[in-house]
Design a protein around this ligand. Structure first.
Ligand code: MTE
Length: 332
């Protein structure tokens, strides 16, 4: 059973006020404790959560009173991936194709100043500078499982707000059926833009109802800090029920359209990467099974015990209804 719960209750008014990781570590210790069950009863209550906020960052991060969160309560019980793993084992092809490349190369990415342009079928198109975008809505911490199409997964506490908050503000027109996310492609700061591995810029897309779903997170931070460059600074998407590649990094443009966007991976190999790319253990990738996954940090290298992959990555109760009547084998 999925238990709806409040999130962990922190707001981050500006990126500069996002908690330093040292402070965050304390909170993480408490989460570990929760995972053992020892503290779960106490922490389940609002009072407990507020107490947690006080312990960790006195006076700095006011608890988010009354904030709703679509986070599955069970996720808080999963062991978080180590920050070190989450920030050194990455896919960000603009900085190289090896998992270690982004952490090594992404220091050249210039995230200030940064603007995100809103265009297409909306009543209020325009440009947001990053600071205004961050302040547009109260931020929450959401612990999401992210499952990569390659067969590994992580559990990360992301910081952001539902993309729907931004979408509502720009007033999509009735003809807007899809949202396209265009990311930065700057050959001066991104050494692999220009390589032929993908047709740059990296583009992703969602159906309008997927983009409006409260789980879809416009993300500015992780582990209580601003996003490291290699994780998609300064703003990325996290769509937890879809394979990781749908979670576009370093977004510069959000376009509302009446046509299904041509996504980078679909253009590169249409038979392998469909538009939907919902995590689905019953539909294999043409070259490998998707039935199980390796959780980064579980140890054991190639011989690590694998976990069963869950339908919609475990978020079926929340998002399953978006796909009622859709043939998920054809619409992979
Ligand atoms: N976004 C851009 N711009 N470029 C990329 O190469 N890789 C995707 C996605 N977003 C990618 C991207 C893939 S394949 C995955 S699995 C996730 O980012 C990885 O996110 P993480 O490094 O934070 O785990």
């Amino acid at each position: 059973m999925l238990i709806k719960t409040h999130n962990n209750g922190f707001i981050h008014p500006t990126s500069s006020e996002i908690t330093p990781r040292t402070v965050y570590e304390g909170r993480r210790e408490l989460m570990k404790l929760m995972a053992t069950g020892a503290a779960s009863a106490a922490m389940a209550s609002w009072a407990g959560r507020e107490a947690l906020a006080q312990t960790v960052a006195p006076g700095k991060l006011p608890a988010l009173k009354g904030a709703k969160s679509a986070v599955d309560g069970a996720m808080a019980m999963e062991k978080l991936t180590e920050y070190k793993d989450a920030s050194t084992y990455n896919n960000f092809y603009e900085f190289g194709t090896d998992k270690a490349d982004p952490a090594q190369n992404a220091h050249t990415l210039k995230t200030k100043p940064w603007t995100v342009e809103i265009e297409g079928l909306v009543n209020k198109p325009g440009k947001f500078n990053l600071e205004d975008l961050i302040k547009l809505s109260a931020q929450e911490e959401r612990i999401y499982r992210l499952r990569c199409v390659e067969g590994w997964s992580m559990v990360i506490p992301w910081v952001g707000y539902s993309l729907s908050e931004l979408i509502k503000k720009v007033e999509p027109q009735s003809g807007a059926k899809f949202v396209e996310f265009v990311t930065l492609a700057d050959p001066k700061t991104m050494p692999f833009v220009g390589s032929r591995v993908l047709d740059w810029p990296y583009v992703e897309g969602l159906r309008m109802d997927e983009a409006m779903h409260p789980l879809t997170l416009l993300t500015f931070g992780m582990y209580g800090e601003v996003l490291p460059n290699q994780n998609g600074a300064p703003v990325r998407l996290v769509v937890p029920w879809k394979y990781g590649f749908k979670s576009a990094k370093s977004i510069v443009k959000i376009r509302f359209t009446d046509k299904e966007p041509k996504t980078a991976w679909n253009k590169a190999a249409a038979n392998e990467y469909g538009f939907y790319s919902n995590v689905n253990p019953n539909v294999d990738h043409p070259r490998w099974s998707q039935s199980d996954e390796r959780r980064i940090g579980d140890g054991g290298g190639l011989f690590a015990k694998r976990r069963k992959t869950l339908m919609f990555n475990g978020y079926e109760a929340q998002v399953g209804k978006l796909y009622a009547g859709l043939d998920l084998k054809r619409n992979f």
